[in-house]
Design a protein around this ligand. Structure first.
Ligand code: 9MG
Length: 276
């Protein structure tokens, strides 16, 4: 699938499979630490229906320790190279560092998934523009280390929408065309349960800005709060919440469980079409 065509038509909901190459990531930390295991997992996700594989070498879970660029790079680049050797699937690199993004794009990545929305590294925007890549601009209140300490909003949907407008302007100033921007309200990144629920109800408001909306809620802690279950038992909750997110307008869902995510996306998208 060509990303440019999809960005114009958005004729299906994309499934982004999570590939963490970190020893300490949320939910699947350490499972895919060798290059071979990570590439094999990516190929399995592709067989299960992933449109995008999101490769990350630094955990963003609350309180996670920062990783030096050199280490992050040495984790993600061989995996991206390995996936590219056997697939033309879309690849995103989950990083806030331009140094890592540059090497990942050179190895064949198509998208930079920047949870800082270009705020942590001033070279990130110009780099993405120069490479003609797409960018995910994600909202986060605070930093991964501090974000869950005391998240506060008077109107989360309005405030996140204002953040998106400002970050889209910054991206365009850096040379990234609007047609290459994806927005993500950052479920769980500096948000309490009620903020996450308001965001999922308010996806339509973000769509008014014209860009596709990505939602990443797979097995996250708000589901644990609702269900009283650990991450390993949150698959049903994930499917239910993703179905509602797609019904409410999400264009891309980011998931650990691709087979289930694919079915959720296709059924909920069809229900959305029939309702409009
Ligand atoms: C890296 N990462 C973890 N959670 C995420 C989410 O919800 N969205 C995006 N874009 N990246 C995420």
């Amino acid at each position: 699938m060509r990303l440019d065509d999809w960005m114009r038509n958005r004729d299906r909901v994309l499934v982004m499979g999570v590939l963490n190459v970190t020893p300490d990531s949320f939910f699947d930390g350490g499972q895919h630490m060798t290059t071979k295991a990570a590439v094999n997992h990516a190929l399995e996700m592709i067989r299960d229906g992933a449109d995008i594989v999101d490769v990350g070498g630094e955990s963003s879970r609350p309180g996670a320790a920062p990783v030096p660029g050199e280490v992050e790079l040495s984790r993600v680049v061989p995996v991206i190279t390995g996936i590219r050797e056997s697939s033309d699937v879309l690849i995103s690199v989950d990083t806030t560092k331009s140094r890592v993004a540059r090497a990942a794009l050179a190895a064949g990545a198509d998208i930079v998934n920047d949870i800082s929305a270009l705020r942590f590294d001033p070279e990130m925007g110009p780099l993405i523009a120069e490479a003609d890549a797409c960018v995910v601009l994600m909202h986060m209140q605070g930093t991964p280390r501090t974000m869950q300490e005391n998240p506060t909003y008077s109107d989360p949907v309005e405030e996140i929408k204002e953040f998106f407008s400002a970050r889209m302007e910054a991206a365009v100033r850096a040379g990234i065309p609007e047609e290459r921007i994806i927005l993500d309200p950052g479920i769980g990144f500096g948000k309490r349960l009620e903020h996450n629920l308001a965001i999922l109800r308010g996806i339509g408001s973000f769509l008014e800005l014209g860009a596709p909306v990505l939602i990443g809620l797979s097995r996250k802690s708000f589901l644990g709060e609702l269900l009283g279950l650990p991450p390993a038992e949150r698959l049903v909750g994930t499917v239910a919440a993703n179905a509602v997110a797609v019904r409410n307008g999400a264009d891309i869902i980011r998931v650990h469980d691709v087979k289930e995510g694919r079915q959720t996306a296709d059924v909920a998208r069809r229900l959305r079409e029939d309702a409009t």
